[in-house]
Each structure stands twice: as structure tokens, then as C-alpha cells.
Unconditional design. Structure first.
Length: 236
């Protein structure tokens, strides 16, 4: 059964139709990719879920009920968003950045427990816990952004372009981490990606968006078997 659903979602930025009747769903425990060219509406899908996009039609369902919480309340419901561009707090330490992921939590023991578990998953964050985030490389900052997302102990993690701008070897590491989060924590993951080859290796299912519409939905193999990606990326 789907844990998160978009049903006929349309998003308009004035005259720009960013999403046009988009329906997609993610089942508990699944890792699902959203792919497509620049401007296809990928980030808008995640923003629509988070209440950060001007939705003009349709409904987002969370655990079968309309998701009506305000953006800052959504994380408490179990949905954690790691936006495009990482956005770590460069003037804060690694540990302080991680704590920003569960600011609403008043239980110090639980906070400490989560810090330990995130640092276990990301040894580099443990090693650099007292360093400023500005002192970390791009790949390390991406790990920090992932770790911060996990501090909310989410049921669903929304990732927007987690490998953007990273060197190939680091891209591989990020994908391995995403797969590990799914395996070890059983977190449901919806990931927007440009890096098609890498992401298809770690997901259960993929949606392809083009010009605000879903043009394909299926297993990674079904994506590889069609020429849908050539069509949408090259417009052929
Ligand atoms: N705040 C905004 N105001 C106006 N138009 C916007 C805004 N945000 C996005 N758009 C437009 O909506 C469409 C979808 O944008 P979106 O950011 O979802 O694309 P994307 O698939 O994530 O692209 P990219 O791969 O470049 O990140 C684009 O045409 C974009 O120009
Ligand atoms: Mg985007």
C-alpha cells in the first residue's frame, strides 16, 4: 500500500505550468526515482509534497489521508526533505547541523541517540563532528545534508539531486549511502536525480517526467528497455 501519494497534482507559477495532473505513489520501504530533463518539474514534485509550491489542483495523501500540515510541521509527521543544493549551515559545526534536523525534539536522550546512530552510518560526520561545515568538501556536505535529514527519524526521505556537482567517485559513495539507508533503516525514499545510470542501479521503481507530466512509470529495467530517456533528454 502506498505511504505517500500525489493524485492529479497541478502546479502553476503564474503562466508556467510546472506540473500538469501528476499522479505518483511510493510504497512503504520502496526507493523511487523521479527523473527527467531540466525544468521537467522534478523539484516541484518534492516542493508540492512539502507545501512549498503553488498547487492549483489535486491532492497529496500521506498514509491515505490528505496531507494538510504546514511546511514546518510536515517533518513531525515523518517526512524529511533534503533540498537541491545541500544548504548546510556553514557557520555551524557538523554536530550542530545535525541537531538542526530535529529542532522540535525536546527529549535530549532521544536526540543523543539519533546523533549516535547517524554518526554510525556516516563515520566522516563522527570524525568531523566539531568542525565547521564550511570546512567540509562538497561530498562531505552532502553526507551531512543526508544525515541531517535522518535526524528527524523520518518514515520517508525526499532527496533532491543528492549527487549534483560531485565527482564520479563521490557520486558512487552517495548512491551507496542512499541504498544503505534504505537497507538498514528501511526508510522509504523518493529521490530526484539527473544521474540516470547511477540512480537506476539503486531504485525499485522510477518515474520519468517531461514538461510537467509523467511520461513513464516502471521498474529500472522498463526504463532501460524503452527509449523514453533519449526522447525526453534529446527531444527526439
Ligand atoms: N519559483 C518559481 N517561479 C517561477 N517558475 C518556477 C519556479 N520554480 C520553478 N519554476 C518553473 O517550473 C518548471 C519546473 O521547475 P523544477 O524546478 O521543478 O524543474 P526540475 O525538473 O527540478 O529542473 P532541474 O533539473 O533544473 O532542477 C520550470 O519551468 C521552472 O522554470
Ligand atoms: Mg530541480
Amino acid at each position: 500500500m502506498d505511504i505517500l501519494n500525489l493524485v492529479d497534482i497541478s502546479v502553476h507559477y503564474d503562466a508556467v505550468v510546472a506540473l500538469d495532473n501528476v499522479s505518483l505513489g511510493v510504497s512503504e520501504g520502496e526507493v523511487v526515482a523521479v527523473m527527467g530533463p531540466n525544468g521537467a518539474g522534478k523539484s516541484t514534485v518534492l516542493k508540492a509534497i512539502m507545501g512549498l509550491a503553488p498547487v492549483v489542483g489535486g491532492e497529496v495523501y500521506w498514509q491515505q489521508r490528505p496531507l494538510e500540515a504546514a511546511t514546518h510541521e510536515i517533518v513531525k509527521q515523518g517526512i524529511s526533505f533534503v533540498p537541491q543544493g545541500r544548504r548546510v549551515f556553514t557557520h555551524l559545526t557538523v554536530a550542530e547541523n545535525l541537531e538542526m534536523g530535529c529542532l522540535y525534539l525536546n527529549n535530549a536522550a532521544e536526540k543523543a541517540r539519533r546523533l549516535d546512530s547517524v554518526m554510525e552510518l556516516f563515520p566522516i560526520l563522527h570524525q568531523k563532528r566539531d568542525d565547521l561545515a564550511s570546512q567540509m568538501s562538497g561530498g562531505q556536505q552532502q553526507m551531512l545534508a543526508l544525515g541531517r535529514g535522518l535526524m528527524a527519524a523520518p518514515d520517508v526521505l525526499l532527496l533532491d539531486e543528492p549527487t549534483l556537482g560531485l565527482a564520479p567517485i563521490v557520486v558512487k559513495e552517495v548512491f551507496q549511502k542512499v541504498a544503505e539507508i534504505s537497507d538498514r533503516l528501511n526508510t522509504t525514499i523518493l529521490v530526484v536525480e539527473h544521474n540516470i545510470k547511477g540512480v537506476l542501479d539503486i531504485v525499485d521503481r522510477a518515474y520519468v517526467l517531461d514538461k510537467g507530466r509523467v511520461v513513464h512509470d516502471g521498474t529500472p529495467q522498463s526504463v532501460r528497455d524503452t527509449d523514453i530517456l533519449t526522447q525526453v533528454f534529446l527531444g527526439s
